[in-house]
Write a protein that binds this ligand. Structure first.
Ligand code: HEC
Length: 192
């Protein structure tokens, strides 16, 4: 009986002490995708095609072309960002590309408009077919979008280190990330 009297106050002291010492570490319930309400707070405006055309294609083009070696009349000419403005300009595009990956994950975004058709029917799926594939395999879609974000982060890291070679390597990773989504959802029939 005597020991029991002590157990409670000691436990309360330990608990109280930890609350005071680590208020930020209190495990707050974290919402998960499974627990999220069916109605998303997002309001997708653009189609995936428009996100490609207006954000992902232009921003990736800048990154792909930021570091080049071109054979000209005066030999090989290396081009890379050099001034503060150059680096700031490529960084802006890397940020747009990374956040473009988040846009692709917004639930409820259509692949293309209701009247849009595939530009290369036969080799590419129709938008409605892509939409059905994504609905069936949402996890792979999410993973592909995340892969593009990760490779964009490599570009941001290279830019912050002002390392043209690493930026060029990140460009290769970005290209592979684009392709991995396209071959799964856009032209899966080309899969080898
Ligand atoms: C998570 C998937 C995904 C990722 C990542 C992705 N794309 Fe796409 N992309 C698509 C889909 C799906 C379409 C087909 C949309 C359609 O039918 O109009 C598409 C279409 C395109 C098109 C054709 C657009 C048009 O107007 O016809 C281009 C070009 C393109 N993507 C480039 C890229 C580039 C470059 C990257 C990487 C920097 C990239 N995409 C990353 C899914 C993705």
């Amino acid at each position: 009986m005597k020991t029991r009297i002590w157990i409670v106050p000691v436990a309360l002291l330990v608990l109280g002490g930890s609350l005071i010492a680590h208020p930020a570490q209190q495990p707050a319930p974290r919402p998960t995708t499974a627990a999220a309400p069916a109605q998303s707070a997002f309001k997708p405006i653009a189609t995936v095609r428009e996100v490609m055309d207006h954000i992902i294609i232009p921003s990736s083009e800048v990154l792909f072309n930021a570091v080049t070696s071109v054979a000209g009349p005066n030999g090989v000419e290396d081009k890379a960002p050099s001034t503060d403005e150059d680096w700031a300009a490529v960084r802006k595009q890397a940020i747009l590309l990374a956040e473009g990956g988040n846009l692709l994950m917004v639930p409820g975004r259509h692949i293309a408009g209701p009247a849009d058709k595939s530009n290369n029917p036969g080799s590419e799926l129709e938008p409605a077919q892509i939409e059905a594939l994504v609905a069936k395999n949402r996890a792979a879609w999410t993973k592909a979008a995340q892969g593009m974000i990760e490779s964009s982060l490599l570009a941001i890291k290279a830019i912050d280190a002002r390392n043209p070679e690493e930026l060029s390597n990140a460009g290769g990773d970005i290209d592979a990330a684009c392709e991995s989504c396209h071959v799964t959802f856009w032209y899966p029939n080309e899969k080898k």
